[in-house]
Design a protein around this ligand. Structure first.
Ligand SMILES: [Zn+2]
Length: 405
């Protein structure tokens, strides 16, 4: 049995366990003068040190001196595209030099570049690339991450990506949750209807390797009707539906997601007032991706209005080579505060408790007895400094399932 005693941090900050919407999002519990006892990967007690010392000594708990540190839950990234080969730095440099999106695409950039590189890469090469990125994410406090396929656009490469996710999940400390995103784009030279038929044909093979099925529902990509059709079939194979929705246009994806009973809608940069009201009446997680808005210079999702209306807000990275190469959920939270109007407590809740809801995970994302011991020791005594001093990594120690990693 492994046990840890996190001794006398300045703050133990935990979002409220079952609060997914409303004013409670902004009011995490902040305990001072207490310590945390962890046994077998689970938090067993939070109390003043004097009350825990006897038990900790009896079980031989390793003492972690947390003086001067705030402690928060490990962060949960509910939307990422971690697995891919190549990068799009040339696209970035050309954009900075004034090239338009269309010019970049015409020059051979864009998602086609990543699909070609990912198809070419061997499985071990692809896994090494993803592992290195995952280590960066973990150092920045991400202890659980959703990871999508979607750079294969053929069965062989989609399977290769999902197998890499499954192997990495077993080989390193962070928990990975896989999503099949065959309907990310239409491969060049193929008709959309033909490709969608092919994606449906992949479902029996990918079902055992993924928890969710996703689709890029957007004007010029896949339609709401196609999303309903594909995701309903995917559900028959045990894959829960989620959708890339309303990134550039309000094209009816929200109504489709509600009809499907989707687990989440992700992006939401362009959202109508009545769509916000409709989402607030559901338990669909509303996943916003502020890093994408910063990087692509597009509007930020109206997260303030969503929260005020009663939606379930989540902040995720959307880490990917084209529209957000930044894995830090610390920076994503700062952007949520600075550009989407979230309170600091709301931002923390949106990368922990509500993010766990978006991934259908239990007992992860809070610091309470009985919850999984995923936690971070910060370099600051007040957790709010993590978002205030943006652009730095404030995580000093990462503990995953009760082990220092
Ligand atoms: Zn995405």
């Amino acid at each position: 049995m492994t046990s840890l005693l996190i001794s006398e941090p300045t703050q133990i900050v935990s979002p409220q366990p079952d609060v997914l919407r409303g004013p409670g999002l902004a009011a995490p519990t902040v305990r001072q003068g207490e310590s945390i006892l962890i046994e077998d990967g689970v938090i067993t007690a939070i109390a003043p040190l004097a009350e825990l010392a006897g038990r900790a000594g009896a079980i031989g708990a390793t003492v972690v001196d947390a003086a001067g540190r705030a402690v928060i839950p490990g962060l949960i990234d509910a939307h990422s595209h971690l697995v891919f080969a190549g990068n799009r730095v040339d696209d970035f440099a050309r954009r900075c030099a004034g090239a338009s999106y269309a010019e970049i695409a015409a020059g051979g950039g864009g998602i086609g570049l990543t699909v070609a590189a990912t198809r070419r890469a061997g499985r071990s090469e692809l896994k090494d690339l993803a592992r290195e990125r995952l280590e960066t994410a973990l150092r920045h406090g991400t202890t659980t991450m959703e990871v999508k396929s979607g750079y294969g656009l053929d069965l062989k490469t989609e399977m290769k990506m999902l197998e890499v996710i499954a192997e990495l999940n077993d080989e390193q400390p962070a928990d990975l949750v896989a999503t099949f995103l065959g309907a990310h784009a239409v491969p060049s030279g193929m008709a959309r209807a033909d490709y969608l038929r092919e994606v449906k044909g992949m479902l029996p093979d990918v079902a055992s390797l993924a928890r969710f099925c996703d689709i890029f529902c957007e004007t010029g990509y896949f339609t709401p009707a196609e999303a309903i059709d594909l995701l309903a079939i995917a559900r028959g194979h045990g894959l829960l539906p989620r959708m890339h929705a309303n990134q550039f246009t309000a094209c009816g994806c929200i109504a489709a997601a509600i009809e499907l009973g989707a687990v989440s809608v992700d992006h939401l940069e362009v959202l109508e007032f009545d769509e916000i009201a409709a989402l607030a009446a559901t338990d669909i997680a509303c996943v916003t991706l502020p890093g994408v808005s910063l990087f692509l210079e597009i509007p930020f999702a109206p997260a303030r209005a969503m929260i005020d209306a009663g939606c379930i807000p989540v902040i995720a990275s959307d880490f990917n080579p084209g529209s957000n190469p930044c894995q830090s959920l610390q920076l994503a939270q700062s952007l949520a505060c600075l550009r989407m109007g979230l309170a600091v407590g709301e931002a923390l809740t949106a990368v922990t408790v509500t993010a766990a809801h978006a991934l259908r995970l239990d007992k992860v994302g809070c610091l309470e007895p009985g919850w999984q011991a995923d936690l971070l020791l910060l370099d600051c005594p007040d957790y709010r400094e993590m978002l205030y001093k943006y652009g730095h990594n404030h995580v000093r120690t990462v503990i995953k399932k009760g082990r220092i990693v």
